[in-house]
Design a protein around this ligand. Structure first.
Ligand code: HEC
Ligand code: HEC
Length: 201
């Protein structure tokens, strides 16, 4: 019995410990000049195919940069961007962008009803899980679980990620969590929920 209790409290400790060593935001800012062209001055990109990275969780940002570097997440543009970066550089960049404020967006009126339904309730008929369960009702995500913030993200980028998860060309989601869901979604559902997320705040 004592042994079980010890094991349990040990797991609790491990779970509550940060998954990464916190970076130095000032050092990250100093090396962020190469990112500006696509992700904007403060991580709020103007072009809808380039993701906003401002205000995203530090641990998630670091994981993505590492995944691009190790080839777990494949993107021809980003692989070149991380090639020369050290782990410390990536930690520092993650700290810098996590400290910026993400800009808000809007939802196209004709996509609101379906988008909101998928986000909040999923689709019971086809087995699509409610996004809110992991990404939170406000789209803030859950940094401890490495569920990214989604709110305010460009709909074009979000829809492209859902398509990639469905096809399996993006496969860096732990336990296939996103691939399992995206495969069950229709194109119309992906489009609507992406529009809904763009306006979430
Ligand atoms: C030439 C354009 C370009 C430049 C410059 C660039 N990126 Fe990116 N970045 C992209 C694109 C495109 C994606 C989306 C890739 C995809 O579709 O999977 C991306 C994705 C990312 C992501 C993943 C975001 C998410 O929500 O999962 C992070 C983090 C990121 N970039 C950080 C950086 C950093 C840090 C730099 C500078 C060192 C940088 N990028 C420079 C184009 C660029
Ligand atoms: C069981 C938990 C879970 C549920 C439910 C869930 N997600 Fe996710 N989602 C994740 C995880 C984990 C990741 C991060 C994958 C990684 O580490 O790269 C993620 C990543 C994403 C990303 C990529 C974000 C980025 O910045 O690149 C998008 C977009 C996304 N989810 C949309 C959705 C939508 C839309 C729904 C509802 C239809 C949904 N998710 C439901 C766990 C979940």
């Amino acid at each position: 019995m004592k042994k079980i209790l010890l094991t349990l409290s040990f797991s609790a400790l491990v779970l509550s410990a940060p998954l990464y060593a916190a970076g130095d935001a000032a050092a990250g800012k100093a090396i962020s000049a190469t990112c500006v062209a696509c992700h904007g001055m403060d991580g709020n990109s103007a072009a809808p195919n380039f993701p906003k990275i401002a205000g995203q969780h530090e641990g998630y940002l670091y994981k993505q940069l590492m995944d691009f570097k190790t080839g777990k997440r494949v993107d021809p543009t980003m692989v070149g961007m991380v090639a020369a970066l050290s782990k410390k550089d990536m930690r520092d960049l993650a700290a810098y962008y996590a400290g910026q404020t993400g800009s808000k967006g809007t939802t196209a009126e004709d996509q609101l009803a379906l988008g909101q339904m998928i986000y909040r309730s999923g689709n019971a008929t086809t087995g699509v899980s409610a996004c809110a369960a992991c990404h939170s009702p406000t789209g803030a995500g859950n940094p401890q679980a490495n569920f990214p913030q989604l709110s305010g993200q460009h709909a074009t980028y979000t829809a492209s990620q859902l398509q990639q998860f469905a096809k399996g060309t993006r496969a860096n989601d732990a336990g296939s969590m996103m691939r399992v869901i995206a495969r069950k979604m229709s194109d119309a559902e992906m489009k609507a929920v992406s529009e809904y997320i763009q306006g979430l705040q």
